[in-house]
Each structure stands twice: as C-alpha cells, then as structure tokens.
Design a protein around this ligand. Structure first.
Ligand SMILES: Cc1ncc(COP(=O)(O)O)c(C=O)c1O
Length: 399
C-alpha cells in the first residue's frame, strides 16, 4: 500500500517563485547547448574581499568551529550595534542571512488573522514568508509614474487595527526606488495613528544608491525605535551572499522573542561566516564606494539600452542593482513565430528563447506588466544580453 505525501496546510499557498521557474527554464536551455546570459539573480558578480576570506580561514585554523552563541558572536553584535545610533549588542540578533532575520521576526510575532502591509512591487519572499506564518499579506500598489514611491493615503487606507507590521524596503528590490527621508517621515505619521503596528525596514541595499542619499528608518523615525526592526546584512554590500550572515536591530523584547525562534530553528549562525562578517564590517570600507560606482555605471549602461527599446518603459532606479520596466505597450503583441504575448511569463520566456537572456516576470513581485533585470553582471555580459534583447523586442509586432 503506498502512502501519499500530504504537505502541511501552511505551505499550500506558497507557490514556486517566478525566479525559480525562469532559472529552471534557463538551465534547460543551456542543457540544449545555448549560451544563456542570466540577468535574473540578485547577486553581485564581485568576489568576497581577500581580508574577509583570510579572517574565515584563520577562524578555521584556530578551531573556532564549535556551536556559536545563539544570538551571534559578541564582537559581531557589537560591530553591528556600532552602526546604529544608541544601539547596544542586545538590540542585535545575528542570523543565517537577513532573509532568515525577516522570517524569524514574522515567526516570532504573527498570529493567524494578523495582517502585514507591504508596498508593491516587493521582493517575492515577503509574501510567502508572511503566509507561512499564517498571516495575511495586504498589498499596497505603487506606480511607475510616482517612481514606485508609496502613496501615503493609499497606505493609510490599507492599514487596520489588525496590521501587525508595515514592511518597507529601500533601496527596493525589484524597483530600485529609494525612499527619501521625507517619505519615511510621512510613514512615521501613519504609524502614529496605528500604535499596534510595527515597522520592519529591510535595508539590505543600503550601500547602493546613485545620486540620492540613503535614509535609514532607524535615524529618521528614531521616535518609533520601540516598535521597529531594521534588517540588514553583508550579502550585497560585501559580495558575501553565500556566507549567509544577516542581522536584525530592534527592541530587546523583540530580539528576545526572535532568539527563541532562532534557538529552535538554527541554534545560531556559522562561526566561520561570523568571523568573516566581523572582518567585513570592521575592515577597510573603501571597497563599498568602488563597487557602488561600478554598479552605477552598469545601471546607466542598462538604462541606455532599455530606453531605446520601443514599447518598454523604465523609470530610472536610484538604488540596488535592478531595473524594473513596463512592457505593457507590447502586451498582446505577436512574436515572429506567431505566439501572442499575453502574460509577463510569456514575455520573459520569449526573451529567453529568442535572446538567450534570463529576466524575471513582474508578477513575481506583485506588479503585473513588468519585468526585472538584475545588472549585477559584467559589462561585457550586459552589452551582449541587452543587444540581443533589443533585437528580440524589435521583432514583436505590436497589438
Ligand atoms: C530585498 C531583499 N531583502 C533581503 C534579501 C536577503 O538577503 P540575505 O539573506 O542574503 O541577507 C534579499 C536577497 O535577494 C533581498 O533582495
């Protein structure tokens, strides 16, 4: 007798992400012998700095390989606290990537029926993590014409007494929008009217802004620090995605609750990766500016190509390493082989099979009619991918 597998109800609403679907489609195409350039994944193409690698090797050689303190190494907690005004190490929890920090915070706080308000487009994982915790995602759409900045009245209308968290992300994945300090202040006024709502501010792209200053919710909304969690990490700024180090900075009561989740979820974070993160945060910082400039050059390069494509509209992103374009004017158009492009996935599949370039459908970020490009690739790859894409887009017959 065979026993059928039955997954838990809590994962029934969790779909396979568009990023995974497109990556699998690209893998299949490569297996057929095609040279596919991926502009899909949000990962810097730089290497982890040498002094960071050396710190990790030293940790291994010195046998720093036993279970870690669950909340993180004291030196790392102190280094992170030092970056945030008035924070002390017990305001900091070190986790296996800031993705886990976010998941941990939601797990530690959400009850069934709670609501989490998230401006869209947003990073795919937020919605699935919220649903996994049994809570409801409340989406607040933003418009390209507004530079993907949240409209405060629309935000206010979405909030209810059940809103447990307002989750914001600046610089944004996928739109690249950077929230100015004034917008954060307006958000603070909304929070004034919803005293049970906490603010989660995902600041993982903090070091990547172009022509606009980064404003942290920690500084602008200092008066709300008693109900705020900042999530950040070393993945994007120091090219350390694989080391899996992230951190949350918030009130001690929240950090203690998150500690309980972490104690049962992971028992703490890899000691060697923590040694590396300490070196990253306390070592030379000039590499941040070098890399920022390099990303800015690539953003301009990609924008140049996108702006020249008929039917594609791309607001100028001011941060992170993504462009988020509308292909709405081409929806319903026909490809040379007669296929009608109806959905974001159709468009991205067409670009994959015709231009051999992976891009990600906007639906994956709760913004239908768009696609995301990650420009964290070499300039040679960007030139090649974008010129192939230009030809493919020009070959679409408009509806
Ligand atoms: C907006 C955003 N937040 C958080 C993360 C998670 O980063 P990590 O878990 O590597 O710290 C990512 C990664 O893509 C991201 O794009």
């Amino acid at each position: 007798m065979s026993i059928s597998f039955q997954a838990a109800d809590r994962i029934s609403d969790v779909a396979i992400s568009d990023i995974v679907i497109m990556s699998e489609a690209a893998r299949a195409r490569r297996a057929e012998g095609h040279q596919v350039i991926s502009l899909g994944i949000g990962e810097p193409d730089f290497h982890t700095p040498d002094h960071v690698n050396d710190a990790a090797i030293k940790a291994i050689l010195e046998h720093d390989t036993q279970y870690p303190p669950i909340a993180g190494k004291p030196e790392l907690r102190a280094a992170v606290a030092g970056l945030y005004d008035s924070a002390t190490p017990d305001h900091v929890l070190v986790s296996s990537g800031s993705k886990y920090t976010i998941f941990n915070a939601l797990m530690a706080t959400l009850n069934p029926g709670d609501e989490v308000v998230v401006p869209a487009p947003f990073w795919t994982s937020y919605a699935d993590m919220i649903r996994l915790c049994g809570a409801k995602v409340v989406i607040v759409p933003t418009q390209a014409a507004d530079g993907f900045q949240v409209n405060i009245q629309t935000l206010r209308d979405a909030m209810t007494p059940k809103t447990k968290w307002l989750l914001i992300n600046s610089p944004s994945n996928p739109s690249g929008a950077v929230m100015p300090a004034e917008k954060l202040s307006e958000i603070g006024e909304v929070l004034d009217d919803f005293p049970n709502c906490w603010l989660m501010s995902d600041e993982i792209y903090q070091h990547l802004t172009y022509g606009i200053a980064f404003a942290s919710a920690w500084d602008v909304l200092a008066h709300h620090r008693d109900r705020m969690l900042i999530t950040n990490g070393v993945s994007k700024a120091y090219a350390m995605t694989g080391w899996r180090i992230g951190f949350g900075i918030g009130p001690k009561a929240l950090i203690s609750a998150m500690l309980k989740v972490q104690a049962q979820g992971t028992s703490g974070t890899c000691t060697i990766a923590q040694a590396a993160a300490i070196a990253a945060l306390t070592g030379p910082q000039d590499l941040l500016e070098d890399r920022r400039q390099s990303f800015q050059t690539r953003r301009d390069l990609v924008l140049g190509y996108l702006n020249a494509m008929d039917g594609i509209m791309t607001p100028k992103p001011e941060g992170a390493f993504y462009t988020f374009s509308s292909w709405q004017d081409l929806r319903g158009g026909t490809t040379p082989d007669g296929t009608v492009l109806a959905t974001d996935r159709d468009f991205c599949q067409y670009i994959l099979t015709t231009a051999n370039v992976t891009i990600i459908p906007g639906t994956g970020f709760a913004a239908d009619g768009h696609f995301r490009i990650s420009y964290a690739s070499s300039t040679d790859d960007l030139h090649q991918a974008l010129s192939q894409m230009t030809e493919a887009v020009a070959a679409i017959t408009r509806p």
